[in-house]
Design a protein around this ligand. Structure first.
Ligand code: PLP
Length: 455
């Protein structure tokens, strides 16, 4: 594989994970949790299912307060794509932390360099940009641009997509009535093609992409006022369990949108900046979006996000002010610029694709060996394994998903739960040996759970 032998993240696969306490979480983690959880309420399932307290991270490894070392298959939550504390990114942030932390939305040399770099790496005409500090605020800005650019007000989004936790971003996704959210007017959801669980099928049982498009058309007529500004969707559904669309979906959706004067808004907060082996996941389907949002791996851990709009809508972007307290601050720009440069200089997109090919092979082998694995999928380092009780009925095996997550974590693998779908987002700087180590832990955990469940 393409990583140089002296690569900074290299660790001996035999030395990781390294657990020094009898139980995970260990006693010191328990103590910190007792203090922290007294005040902070509402942790994610990732934490509550295995509440260790992390103290440091280096490359593909994490260390907790008890001294246990973990192999990282989560990148935080799809964030530290280059591993923890990449020296070039850390140095870039430290430099600006000592020189200039904030100057509102004035230009700075590092901001200009970042904007030029983003214009260089995007393969389309998305050269209208604004910088933000969270994915959800970038999504909000994207929605407003779509309204201003089209003069229309409604949006279509997809079942099981996730776009953030602020007002309109929440309105793009499934509502949790207990969470206090409410859908804003003019926000509509439609099913999207899920190849493993197709809602619309051809006579041979395979997914029928055209039937989805026919449904969208009918839905617009029946359920909306026909005033659709944009179709908003994740290129690959992250939170839903790394769900990839059929190959023909995005090219066909592009034409569908063009024919109806609807903008195509790709929310790439999770999928962009190397996660799938490309800077933008939409490149896999050779489909040009009109609006894109990027985040997570963009600053490799430093909060920085962006909204990018087609050249054609530059007037519209000017109308929605770009000014925020933190968006585009020098530390943020430095983190994002350094992250992109590292990916380019070290050939990491190619490496992510090579790793992805390894993961694909390995997941397919696992699927062949384990009856509870219904589906496996991935591109680059965005991966999913779907657990089912029965391959015929495809009934989700949620209890197994939870048990495998906890078991693998207790063996020293930090990763991401998602009900019956095992989600993996390892840093793209991982060696194949380390990737194999992580997959060994997952397979061992699946085998143990399978045996306990009587398979
Ligand atoms: C596709 C997508 N959009 C938006 C968001 C929101 O990003 P943030 O948590 O930075 O607000 C997320 C977060 O998981 C996401 O996956």
């Amino acid at each position: 594989m393409s990583l140089p032998a002296d690569y900074w993240t290299r660790v001996d696969p035999a030395a990781i994970p390294h657990l020094v306490t009898d139980t995970v979480p260990g006693p010191l983690s328990e103590q910190y949790n007792a203090r922290g959880m007294k005040y902070m309420i509402g942790y994610s399932g990732q934490v509550t299912l295995c509440p260790v307290v992390f103290d440091s991270g280096h490359g593909c490894t994490l260390k907790d307060v008890d001294g246990n070392e973990y192999l990282d298959f989560s990148s935080g939550i799809y964030v530290t794509t280059l591993g923890h504390c990449h020296p070039k990114v850390s140095e870039a942030v430290a430099h600006w932390a000592q020189r200039l932390m904030n100057c509102h939305d004035f230009n700075t040399p590092v901001k200009v360099a970042l904007l030029e770099k983003m214009a260089e790496i995007q393969p389309w005409d998305l050269t209208g940009m604004q910088l933000y500090d969270s994915g959800t605020t970038a999504v909000e800005a994207g929605l407003r641009v779509c309204r201003v650019a089209t003069g229309k007000s409604e949006f279509l989004s997809c079942y099981m997509d996730f776009h953030g936790k602020t007002g309109h971003a929440v309105s793009l996704a499934k509502m949790n009535p207990a969470s206090g959210a409410g859908r804003s007017q003019g926000f509509y959801m439609v099913p999207r093609p899920y190849p493993y669980r197709p809602m619309f099928k051809q006579s041979d049982g395979t997914i029928d992409t055209d039937a989805y498009l026919r449904f969208f058309d009918e839905f617009i007529t029946q359920a909306t006022t026909g005033n659709i500004a944009a179709f908003v969707l994740e290129p690959v559904q992250g939170w839903a369990g790394s769900v990839f669309p059929p190959e023909d979906f995005f090219p066909k959706l592009r034409k569908f949108c063009d024919d109806r004067g609807i903008l195509l808004f790709a929310d790439e907060v999770l999928t962009s900046m190397g996660r799938t082996g490309k800077f933008f996941a939409m490149e896999h389907w050779d489909t040009r979006p009109d609006v894109v949002t990027v985040g997570k791996g963009f600053g490799n851990g430093f909060p920085v996000t962006a909204m990018m709009v087609s050249e054609r809508y530059k007037e519209a972007i000017n109308k929605i002010s770009a000014s925020t307290s933190y968006g585009g601050n020098p530390m943020a720009c430095a983190a994002a610029l350094a992250s992109i440069e590292v990916m380019q200089e070290e050939g990491l997109l190619e490496h992510a694709l090579e790793l992805g090919a390894y993961f694909d092979r390995r997941m397919e082998q696992m699927q062949a060996a384990h009856p509870i694995i219904g589906d496996v999928r991935g591109k680059g380092c965005l991966l999913g394994v779907e657990l089912v009780k029965d391959r015929e009925t495809k009934e989700p095996f949620t209890e197994a998903g939870k048990a495998v997550y906890q078991r693998a974590f207790q063996k020293g693998l930090a990763w991401v739960p998602a009900g019956h779908i095992l989600r993996m987002s390892p840093p793209i700087v991982m060696t194949e040996e380390l990737a194999a180590k992580g997959m060994d832990i997952i397979e061992e955990s699946i085998a143990e759970v399978e045996k306990e469940e009587g398979y």
